[in-house]
Structures are given as structure tokens and as C-alpha cells.
Design a protein around this ligand. Structure first.
Ligand SMILES: Nc1nc(=O)c2c([nH]1)NC[C@@H]1CN(c3ccc(C(=O)N[C@@H](CCC(=O)O)C(=O)O)cc3)CN21
Ligand SMILES: CC(C)C(=O)C(=O)O
Ligand SMILES: [Mg+2]
Length: 277
């Protein structure tokens, strides 16, 4: 029963697959997902036992320096996906569909998905939106492309949602639950829940057979995801309240850069041991 092996550790070093995530949910085993945008963090997080890596459209902010996630393109994300999938030997690598790459319908979504798997060598894709994008999820699934859905606060809709706001507090709670159920029925292998109330996240986690992955969705989801720079303390803007910071890389790198510059100014680097004769 190879599917009974924990997502963490165990003798299996094969690639994590969709059914492993569903099996983990059935066992009540929680797991963590991180974003990654480069080969260095991909190899490191893979070694650390993170079973799913997301090449987020949040690269728009956290790699390219845009203010929102809207400007980043498929052409810009593919080389990042390729770097991450090349470096992760066990983690499932998920490519996030950027704004404008799937909304016009199943044919556009399929073309984007094929590019992410062929050129980026992703193992799965993720797209934002509710029941309206169920036809895209169905088309991708039918073509053999595993899909992660993403409901609640969807950053690509920030202009319509009037800013970064928790979803599911008003009359929209039932609609968010219905969206998640519709996407799971269309074939989604997991559902990301971003900034929804803990109660809505709990309802969805019980309502769908596939794992829920929370970000600002409270403790009841099957998995949790964070942007890696937020988790590691590299400042990328205002830190959302849902982030727990596990390291202060900002201070560590700042100190390293200042001491390097100081050594060069003082003439103490390079020393004899760094010098060829
Ligand atoms: N670095 C980073 N972390 C993220 O989690 C992230 C990105 N970038 N870029 C794409 C989206 C945008 N996301 C965001 C960004 C900001 C907030 C935020 O500032 N939230 C505030 C306000 C919440 C409220 O007023 O209800 C918070 O305090 O959590 C939330 C989600 C999540 N994603
Ligand atoms: C925050 C996660 C879920 C995401 O969509 C991203 O990083 O783009
Ligand atoms: Mg995203």
C-alpha cells in the first residue's frame, strides 16, 4: 500500500501526486506548501520535506517588483517554473495561471496549461475564480493536467473586490462554499482558500473530498500555504496578519551585505587565502 506512506519522510522518494494529497486528507495528515521562484529555494524546500511548491503569480510582486499581481505574464513565469521543477526531485510543482491567461475560456486555459507542463515542466496548475471557471478546470483535467482551484480573496480581482479584504463575512459565505464544491466537482485536485473566515474554511474542508489549502483561512484546512519571503522574513511590503515569520533573513542579508562592503572599503577583503599567485 504505497499510498499509505506519509507525505513527510518515509521510504518513498518518488514524486508527490494528486492521490497522495487526497490520501493525506483521508488520514487527517496536515501538510505545508510554500511558494518558490528559483532553483535554490526549490531544492532547499524539497529537501526540507515541503511536498508541494507553488510558482505563484505573486512573482509579480516578489520577483519582478510590481505593486500588484496583475502585470506578470506566462512568458515571464515559464522560466521560473522550469527552474523550480528542475531542482525539486520530490515535490509536486504547481504553476499559477497569471491574470489574462485563462479567463476567456477552456481553450485559452488549455493552451496555457500545456505551455506550463511542456515548457515549464510543471506537474499541476492553479487558477483563481469560482464556479465561473469550472469549464476551464474540466477542460484541463480532461487533458490530464491536475488543477488547484483558488477561491475567497483572489488577488487578480482586487480592483473589483475593493482591496485586500477577508471574504465570507457577509452574505457571500454560501456562495464561496458553493464555488469550492463546483470546482471540486469539475475535477480540481485541491482548493486554495485565501482570506476567508475560519468558519467558511471549515465548512469547505468538510464539503469537498480534496484537500483545502489555507492562507489566512484559519486552522481547519487540510494544508497551509505562505509566500516564502513572508515566512522567512524578507520584506516584500506590508506583512499580512495571517503570516507567521519563521526567520529574519532581511536582517541576516542586510548584515552580510554591509560587512562585505565594509571589508572592501577597509581593504580587509580579499585576504591572502582568497588570492591566487
Ligand atoms: N508577499 C506576498 N504575500 C502574499 O501573501 C501575497 C503576495 N505577496 N502577493 C499576491 C497576494 C496578495 N496577497 C495579500 C497581500 C496583502 C494582504 C494584506 O495586506 N492584508 C491585510 C489586510 C486585511 C484586511 O484588511 O482585511 C492584513 O492585515 O492581513 C493580504 C493578501 C496574498 N498574496
Ligand atoms: C499566495 C498563493 C496562494 C498564491 O496564489 C501566489 O503566491 O501567487
Ligand atoms: Mg497566485
Amino acid at each position: 500500500m504505497s499510498e499509505e506512506i506519509s507525505l513527510y519522510g518515509g521510504p518513498s522518494h518518488r514524486r508527490v501526486r494528486a492521490r497522495d494529497l487526497v490520501a493525506a486528507k483521508e488520514r487527517g495528515e496536515r501538510w505545508a506548501m510554500l511558494t518558490s521562484y528559483d532553483q535554490y529555494t526549490a531544492a532547499l524546500f524539497d529537501r526540507a520535506g515541503i511536498p508541494v511548491l507553488l510558482v505563484g503569480d505573486s512573482a509579480s510582486n516578489n520577483v519582478f517588483g510590481h505593486e500588484t499581481s496583475l502585470p506578470v505574464t506566462v512568458d515571464e513565469l515559464i522560466p521560473l517554473v522550469r527552474a523550480v521543477s528542475g531542482a525539486a526531485s520530490r515535490a509536486m510543482v504547481v504553476a499559477d495561471f497569471p491574470f489574462g491567461s485563462f479567463e476567456s475560456g477552456p481553450a485559452q486555459a488549455l493552451a496555457t496549461g500545456v505551455r506550463f507542463l511542456k515548457e515549464g515542466r510543471a506537474h499541476a496548475v492553479k487558477l483563481e475564480g469560482g464556479a465561473r471557471v469550472a469549464p476551464q478546470v474540466d477542460a484541463l483535467t480532461g487533458a490530464g493536467i491536475p488543477v488547484f482551484a483558488h477561491v475567497g480573496f483572489t488577488p487578480q480581482h482586487e480592483n473589483l473586490l475593493s482591496g485586500y479584504r477577508v471574504q465570507g463575512r457577509g452574505g457571500d459565505a454560501d456562495r464561496i462554499v458553493d464555488d469550492a464544491v463546483a470546482l471540486a466537482e469539475a475535477g480540481a485536485i485541491a482548493v486554495v482558500l485565501e482570506m476567508v473566515t475560519s468558519d467558511v474554511a471549515k465548512r469547505i474542508t468538510h464539503a469537498v473530498p480534496v484537500p483545502t489549502i489555507g492562507i489566512g483561512a484559519g486552522p481547519h484546512t487540510d494544508a497551509q500555504v505562505l509566500v516564502w519571503q513572508d515566512m522567512a522574513g524578507l520584506r516584500t511590503g506590508k506583512l499580512p496578519r495571517f503570516v507567521k515569520q519563521y526567520a529574519d533573513l532581511d536582517a541576516i542579508l542586510d548584515d552580510a551585505a554591509r560587512r562585505f562592503a565594509e571589508d572592501v572599503r577597509a581593504g580587509s577583503f580579499p585576504a591572502e587565502e582568497h588570492t591566487f599567485h
